[in-house]
Design a protein around this ligand. Sequence first.
Ligand code: FAD
Length: 285
Amino acid sequence: MSNTKDKTFSCEFFPPRTEAGVEKLLKTTHDLHEVMQPAYYSVTFGAGGTTRDSTLEVVQLLTATKIAGQQINVAPHISCIGSSKQQLGDLLAQYKALGVRRLVALRGDTAKNGETTKELSYANELVSFIRETHGDHFTIEVAAYPEYHPESASPQSDFEYFKNKVAAGADAAITQYFYNIDAYLHFMDKCQSENIEIPVTPGIMPITNFASLTRFSDACGSEIPRWIRKQLESYAEDKDSLMAFGLDVVSNLCNQLLENDAPGLHFYTLNQADSINAIWKNLDR
Ligand code: FAD
């Protein structure tokens, strides 16, 4: 069986806050590259209190990094909710100068103080802005939500707004993570019935820590199915059993997704290589 041929595998990082974190990220990049050679590494923007500048710094570092003599592909995330058009334009120019060819374009999460710039309110407007200012220079990925965005008024409107991003010029999408494969398959059926043909790559979150997974999932609206939650709860302090169960669940999910024609997988690495490389080794190839 060859589940991985002709598919796109990518890995997501967040900007570290310390020098030690930066060193570790470089090691993670090398460790991932050695095993799976991802098509690109994406770097989050403004998430978890990090700033625009820290994303740019990591992008500068990674675009200057060569592994086995080869440059690696880097895809910065860029979000519009807290930035003016002027700031976004300057950032896009810097990314272009660094040789970046792919972006993940997002609205971003509303700041705790509710501050937004009001210039570009939704991701489809950001996609249009990037197309207006840079034509086809960038391949643009957008976010998709098989279990619906937590703020969406209804599943129908959420899908309509997803279509707006495609109409604005998105080339591809990456999903929020999920553990219910039916949610993804339903989303893909809906795309097919609406003639949306862009690749929609599942975002994959490894299961390595119950407390943080619950916190993320509550915040982003990804459901942890009861049978998984109960099992994880039962391990309490037994970290090894939790990791083994998590690896099994996520590896099975990935294999089922690839068998069901997912165009690839996008791994939320949390800046760690081991859990991702372990999943990679479990893929049917
Ligand atoms: P949009 O597509 O603009 O949608 C946001 C919400 O508004 C949805 O509920 C949608 O239904 C609704 N909506 C859209 N258009 C309209 C309209 N015209 N009128 C009314 N409602 C509308 N966050 C970060 O801060 N940094 C990151 O780096 C980051 N990376 C991510 C990567 C991926 C792959 C994913 C899936 C998410 C990421 N996020 C990141 C989280 C994301 O920013 C949040 O989920 C955010 O709340 C929505 O961003 P979006 O681009 O999906 O927004």
